[in-house]
Structures are given as structure tokens and as C-alpha cells.
Design a protein around this ligand. Sequence first.
Ligand SMILES: [Mn+2]
Length: 350
Amino acid sequence: MKKDVDAIVLMNAVEPNLDCSFFYATGIPNGLFEGCLAVIRPSGVEVLTSELEALSAKEAGVKTQVFENGDERMRLMKRRLSRFKRIGINSMELTLANHRLIKKACGKAKLVDISRDLFDARMIKQPDEITRISKACRIASEVGRSIPDFVSEGMLETEAAAEINYWMMRLGAAGPGFTTTAAFGTKSAEPHYTPSRRKLRKGNFALFDFGASFERYVSDMTRTFVCGTPSKRQMEMHEIVLRAQEEALDMIEEGVHGEDVDNAARNVIDGSKFKGCFIHSTGHGLGISVHDPGSISSARDMVLRKGMVLTVEPGAYIAGFGGVRIEDDVLVTKNGCKVLTACPKDLRRI
Ligand SMILES: [Mn+2]
């Protein structure tokens, strides 16, 4: 930590307002931990937890103190926090209500925002984190490979998404890492679409964006298919997006600017008949959260460093026609990158 603090306090609110950094700092793979705290000091981490996940915390080998209600939690907080002078907090994920509780418990201590430092630390993955992400990637890849086996013409987007979620869990995922996207036909042109009761028809694009959650870490992968025989335009669109993705993947290594990787992918698409159709950045960080700190972007440039895990996901979208996105997850290494997802990238048919 660059900022001088006696301790860092991370406190969860109620799902979905949980602090991802709480799970980063404690490494606890199971449990919800609503209203729980992590107190981090140079000597180690202590979790203040309700009884609901006391077992998960203890099994993870983390020093644990259990409280039965809010009053007891406040007593525990006061006992620990009142002796500190400077306490680091994560302003990006702490609710205002919990901020008040921490202030009440710590007396005169100064609360210092350390969210930047925390996010910088979270960007570089530790070996244990890479192991979990890799497993989540393997699960998603296996499901991605078998999509043509369980998705067929006439199926609803919600049914296809349910199948993907089902198979990820059958393969050991705790659940989907985020809401699975299945977008058919013209709906594939909307990058953040959520599935509805639309049927897959002959000639439709079928875009699936999904990831597995494994021991709290997620994968994030996209593949685009065509139902039946693809048209010439569909094939061209897919080919250009694939070339853009390969350009980006070829460039990634420690020391390279995200902006340059983004431009490499963008130049392929903008140099084709699909100019202007790539409407988002090339990638983002991935870890506990599906949008973890970090990006491959011209707007938010950063230097890529060894140990970062990022998505590489160029796309092309045409309203009223459809869209193609191809997304893989990579680990940045000294001399390149390791692609953690392994699933065919040619335009497959359903
Ligand atoms: Mn995705």
C-alpha cells in the first residue's frame, strides 16, 4: 500500500452490494458474507462474520470472529477499530450506511480512501487467482464447444441461456459468472442484451456471451454462430471480427499499451466495409468481478503488465442486421499472452 494506514477495513452491505475486495483480501471461496467485515493489518486478515457463513470463513483458514446481531458487531468493530489512527477504506464499494458504521466504531481515526491502491493490486493476479480463473475458463470453453449440441432452431433465447447455465454447473461452476446472454437475429447487434423469449430462426446470428463462476472467480467468453447456412455478409463480418481479435491477441505482452492493442483491433474493422461498427473497447479486466479493474481501451489507456487477466473481445454491430463478437480471456505474460479460453473460433453452424 502506498498510503500509510494502520489497517484496511472492507465491509459488505447486502447482495448485490458486496465489496469484491473483501473476497480478494480474504480469498474465501464460498458464502455470501452480507454485513461482514475484513480487517486487514500487516500481521494478517481477520473476518468479522455472521453465523451464516462462519463455517466457510473458518474452513478457508481465515482468522474469524462471529457476531450474532448488529449490536454485537458494533462492539467487535469498536474494540478493533478504536485503536487505529488511520484506516483505509474502499470508497468504490463501500455504502454510505456502512461508512457511517465504521466512523462510529473507530472514534477519531481518519478514514483514508485506498480504493486506487486496492484496484492496482487486484489488477495483477496471484497464482491462486489464476488457477481459479483458469478453471472458470475451462468450464466455459467446454460449454462453448458443445453449444451446437444443445441449441437448435426454434429454441428461445432464454432456453438457450438456461442450457448454458445448466451445463456450466454440471461441469463444476458455482453458477454463471454474470447474466448469460443469448441474442438471436437482429438482437445480436446489441452488446449488452439480456435474453428474452425470441426464437432462433434459420439465417439468424446466434451470439452467446457467458462465463462460469468458480471459487468466486469468473470467466467471460463470447462466440457467434449462425442458424443454418450463413450469408456472404455474415461470413465477411465474422471473418473481419476474427482477424481483429487475432491482431489484438498477437500484440499483447508485458509493457504494451492497451491503447495500441485497441487500435490494432479497431484498425482491422475500420479498414473494412464494417467501418464504425466496433462500438466498445477491446477488453476489460477479469477476476472476482466480470468487470474487474483494468482495460484494453483507447479512452482509458494503461500499460499491460505480467499477471493481468483481460478479455479480448472486438465486435461489429449493425442495427437491424445483427452483430458478431468473439471474446477470449488472456493472461498477460512477459513475452506474449496465454489464452485461457479454448474453444473453436470459426463461424460454426447450429
Ligand atoms: Mn462477455
